[in-house]
Design a protein around this ligand. Structure first.
Ligand SMILES: Nc1ncnc2c1ncn2[C@@H]1O[C@H](COP(=O)(O)OP(=O)(O)OP(=O)(O)O)[C@@H](O)[C@H]1O
Ligand SMILES: [Mg+2]
Length: 356
């Protein structure tokens, strides 16, 4: 077995970010063969960071399937640098822009949106979080971020930062107890400006926390830049599901693909007796997702700690608590997998038979 055999065995291996051939993109590097043992470097972009170990396992699986008799396989990791291209007219430098919304208020959009953003950051991605809830910005409170936004030397708005997560909200531009009074059309301008004038820097992901209700902001967003997709949050109860169905239809209407549904407040595990209570019913979102042919990205139970962390502005707490962490991490991983699926199916590898 030679290094060339190893590369040939991985000839159709796809980069999870682009769906393009990883060997051709020089993302499979430094192949060393000694006897039957193989060592190689897998270089992924920071956009693919949540799928790092999974992708390494897939590399090993493919090698074992194609090279019978192969011995130990060691996959080392390296970072592959591929900067984002400017998006839309405003030239936002982000690879994936994902809106998190629902039809209904109070179902946990902001909690899930900030959880997704923070989870991606923890995995090693470059992430921005935009609070698009102009009338009721709750991201500053949920993340414990205070103070007015400053202007940079280039006259851009400096986002607040939480461990490197770049956060922008209208809450950083008004006094916390003052209402934002804007007419409908001015909403569009506010969103446009926060997207365009914030010093985001290059991002792997921009997560947008949507306000409840009508499609105003979704429509504005879809006009300003191409969104990668939307995540719809709902609770298992019938009224919330009805609104979620509308939200899915609304995103589809403005040509924002729905990447998946998250069921929040799925059940309550009583800390006293360990008993599970399905307060709003359970499993409804999963069934609805199947009906709507939308991927289901996971469920998050009702947990007192999630509420306390929200009130205290400690998003990190949801990732350090043994009961809540797997749920948040599960949603982040499912979302990353879903994006990879989109790439695999939407951008099939161009195969030129003369190169075979
Ligand atoms: N799984 C959960 N367990 C316990 N509390 C939760 C959970 N999810 C959200 N909460 C709490 O419920 C409240 C509403 O959540 P959040 O602000 O995320 O909802 P929202 O859908 O963004 O609301 P709005 O429609 O007002 O924007 C917050 O106090 C939050 O801490
Ligand atoms: Mg909210």
């Amino acid at each position: 077995m030679t290094a060339a055999d190893v590369l040939a065995a991985l000839a159709d291996f796809q980069d999870p970010e682009t769906g393009r051939n990883a060997v051709q993109q020089q993302q499979i590097r430094d192949v060393e063969v000694s006897g039957n043992d193989v060592r190689l470097t897998l270089a992924l972009t920071s956009h693919s960071a949540p799928l790092k170990s999974e992708t390494a396992q897939e590399v090993e699986k493919q090698l074992r399937a194609k090279l019978p008799g192969i011995g130990a396989v060691e996959v080392r990791h390296a970072e592959h640098d591929r900067p984002p291209l400017p998006l839309g007219e405003i030239g936002l430098m982000a690879k994936s822009v994902i809106a998190v919304g629902s039809g209904k208020g109070g179902v946990g959009k902001s909690t899930i949106a900030s959880g997704i953003a923070y989870g991606l950051l923890r995995a090693g991605c470059k992430v921005g979080l935009l609070d698009a809830d102009i009338y009721g910005p709750s991201i500053p409170h949920l993340l414990g971020l205070r103070g007015k936004a400053e202007l940079t030397e280039q006259k851009k708005i400096q986002p607040h930062e939480l461990e490197g997560l770049k956060v922008m909200s209208i809450g950083f531009m008004v006094e916390p107890d003052q209402p934002v009074i804007l007419r409908g059309p001015m909403l569009h301008g506010a969103i446009h400006q926060m997207l365009r004038d914030t010093a985001w820097g290059p991002l792997d992901y921009l997560i947008i926390d949507m306000p409840p209700g009508t499609g105003d902001i979704a429509l504005s967003l879809s006009q300003i830049l191409p969104l990668t997709g939307a995540v719809v949050v709902c609770t298992p109860q019938d009224v919330a599901l009805l609104d979620a169905v509308k939200a899915v239809a609304m995103f589809r209407r403005v040509n924002i693909p729905v990447l998946g549904m998250v069921e929040n407040m799925s059940y309550f595990l009583c800390p006293d007796n360990g008993k599970r209570y399905d307060i709003f019913g359970t499993g409804g979102a999963k069934r609805k997702a199947e009906e709507l042919k939308v991927p289901f990205l996971g469920e998050v139970p009702i947990n007192i700690q999630i509420r306390v962390n929200g009130d205290e502005g400690k998003i990190a707490g949801n990732f350090s608590n043994a009961e809540t962490a797997p749920h948040f991490e599960g949603v982040v991983a499912a979302l990353a997998r879903q994006l990879r699926e989109t790439m695999r199916t939407n951008r099939p590898l161009p195969t030129l038979s003369i190169l075979k």
